[in-house]
Design a protein around this ligand. Structure first.
Ligand code: ZN
Length: 345
């Protein structure tokens, strides 16, 4: 970043109603939430807020994994799952003015730690209903395969999605490391999920080249791509994404934290825009990468040199690329429009 954010645009972004499409359940646990979980389960993680904030401060990718796994280990009961989900929803709605979110959940990591999928599903659903009533936030789920756990995790995640399905489950994803985890091995899982009406939204091209994104599109039937950062290296791929209306879920600070991109100045978001690819702006694992969704919009606005109207169009693109119910899309689209118009007046 070469310039300070424009204060007017910062305020505009803070008040802008938003949809978020790429944000992880456990990765959204803030120090405040983790402190509550650590009080329930003393030992491994400090429950003192100051010590926790220090533990959370992003140092490098290895430390991020350590923080992430320590939070996974604090989620031991269905009550923990419900607390995490509800409190994440509170922070999205009250801190970032998010009105609709597709939260990527990894039920496999909780089930192998002893929470039955029935109880897990009930817990996130209860949190979803309460969050909608209390904060007006509409939540939907994407279940993702933790790629590093291979085919057994994929089999299990597919069975949770199909045999324990709720109406709020909209997508099927694939996360974890990309290196050494070829996308095509999960073809049958994505085929089955898509046949059941779930949307295909794998991560691809974050830390591997454009061929992984081609695999995601051609083999896994990807309808949106998580990150897709290296698409910028392949003009044919960019043209394909643009022609087929396959949006990218862009998470700038995450890309810097994981070193997928060296600096923000060289982030390929401009190349995506220039190629006509739909860009959505997202936060990925915000507290763990020291960011917020508002901050990610500020970064995108800076890189793309957007004014308020351009930022509102970005917010609108996320609504259009979402799998929200039609009524939610229409209402949120209108809300964004009204907000932008009122700010112009
Ligand atoms: Zn992600």
């Amino acid at each position: 970043m070469t310039e300070q954010p424009n204060p007017d645009l910062t305020a505009f972004i803070a008040g802008l109603p938003k949809a978020e499409l790429h944000v992880h359940h456990v990765g959204s646990a803030s120090p405040r939430i983790v402190s509550e979980l650590a009080e329930r389960h003393p030992g491994s993680v400090p429950s003192d807020p100051d010590a926790l904030r220090e533990f959370f401060a992003f140092r490098d990718f290895a430390h991020f994994i350590e923080v992430y796994l320590s939070v996974v280990d604090l989620i031991r009961t269905p009550e923990d799952v419900e607390l995490l989900t509800y409190e994440v929803a509170r922070e999205m709605a009250t801190g970032q003015n998010v009105k609709y979110a597709e939260l990527t959940c990894t039920p496999y990591t909780s089930v192998i730690r002893g929470i039955p999928i029935e109880a897990y599903t009930e817990a996130i659903e209860e949190a979803r209903r309460r969050a909608q009533l209390d904060f007006g936030l509409v939540l939907r789920w994407i279940y993702d395969i933790p790629g590093e756990s291979g085919i057994p995790a994929a089999d299990a995640t597919l069975s949770y999605a199909l045999e324990h399905r709720t109406e709020s489950l909209v997508g099927f994803g694939l996360g974890g490391p990309e290196v050494g985890v070829p996308r095509p091995q999960f073809k049958s899982h994505f085929d089955a999920a898509r046949a059941a009406g779930l949307h295909s939204v794998p991560h691809a091209g974050e830390t591997t080249g454009p061929e992984t994104i081609w695999d995601a599109v051609r083999v896994l039937g990807a309808e949106r791509i998580g990150h897709g950062t290296t698409a910028a290296q392949d003009p044919d791929l960019l043209a394909h994404l643009a022609d087929h209306g396959i949006p990218l879920e862009v998470c700038p600070s995450s890309n810097i934290a994981t070193r997928a991109v060296e600096t923000l100045d060289v982030h390929p978001i401009r190349a995506f825009r220039d190629a006509g690819v739909t860009i959505t702006v997202n936060s990925d694992d915000p507290p763990m990468f020291g960011t917020t969704l508002n901050r990610e919009y500020e970064i995108a606005a800076d890189l793309l040199e957007l004014d308020a109207g351009g930022v509102a169009a970005l917010a609108r693109a996320a609504v259009d690329a979402s799998y929200a119910p039609d009524i939610v899309k229409a209402e949120l689209g209108a809300e964004i429009e009204q907000y932008a118009t009122a700010q112009r007046a």
